[in-house]
Design a protein around this ligand. Sequence first.
Ligand SMILES: [Zn+2]
Length: 436
Amino acid sequence: MIDSILFKDVEIMTSSERKQGDVYVLHGQIVAIQPSLSVHAELVINDKGLALIPGVIDPHVHFREPGITHKESIYSGSKAAVRGGVTSFFEMPNTRPSTIDEATLSEKKSIASRTSLANYNFFIGATYSNLDILNRVENVPGIKVFVGSSTGNMLVDDQDILEEMFRNGSRLIAVHSEDESTIRQNNGLFSGSTDVHDHPKIRDVSAAVKSTKRLIALSKKYKRRLHICHLTTGEEATLLAASHADYITTEVTPQHLLLWGPACYDQLGTLAQINPPIREKKQADMLWNHLLKGTIQCVGTDHAPHTLEEKMMPFGTAPSGMPGVETSLPLFLTLAYQGKCSYQNVITWLCESPAAIYGIQNKGQLTEGYDADLTLVDLKKTHTLSNKNVISKCGWTAFDGWQCTGDVIATFVNGQPVYREGDFFETVKGKEVQMS
Ligand SMILES: [Zn+2]
């Protein structure tokens, strides 16, 4: 364990300012930020020209453990996370077994406490028969509901059950929002299709809009905290803006902003197949504008790895999902470098907003008294994202070949160095993220 770290003469970046100075970390906390500090520290980080930002919080990942660990594990996923400057993650319940009760939840927390390099917590998944458990389990980021995505036993589409869920309890409800009946109907129209270009036609805009409309109504009826995961349409964003409810929030993924059809399906085939689907450029542009305006508050990666072998199967058989936890920050630093947004925007969307949305204590900000989850970045470093460098067990990225400006140099979790320029330091493990 490292007791103390002094960051000398770094560019300190927060969601509101950029300034040169020193940052002193003691016993896992940021204790002092000053123009110049002369204190003794066990580790002194003194690199010219680097910037220090709050560690990224990724509120939406699938690390596949237990049960599907040939695709990823909590260990391998957390390693990819810290490579990407992510210091805390929230993981989704569609593992094997599904995370739908106390036993499966504590099993995940136990695995993470032994193997995760980053801080962690896990959603509890809703089924038709575990309503009482959803509000009873302790310290989870929220309840994950799959409305319209056939994810094993976790499809909850029945209005009465949803009403009961929204009526009882106060915990955040995070939803995969696509209308199941619309998807089934469209599936009939395209049955037997082996053309991935049909994917966004089956899971069409109307399926997403219909479901989100229904969820907003439920949330407003019971004033219940709602978070729409991975928003994909401008129409939904407009509905959310018009709802004027501060207890409804949403997120967007890098892939829904940066990729669009038909080009992504031409180039990547089923590698670009994810749920909800990547749509046309018009939608990506609208999502970007809504992110800039604040209708969309945060970025989550929906890191959902599958092996290349699985993804190379024909459309109809290939699974939906792509990795993303390690490429999100470099891609957003690049967007800021290109002037499409500010570095302050990036820190808001990737660090501060997830903490605010989920009520995470003492994380998401580079502020005295906060946890020392920190990412050291080189804003000028040019590099090319490549399948060859992927840390995730899946071994590929949809952004293979993309030129980036801005990269993660080192990552610190609870005041401990866990990653630096290709090397991982694995002795100290992450902690369970405490929800307020
Ligand atoms: Zn997901």
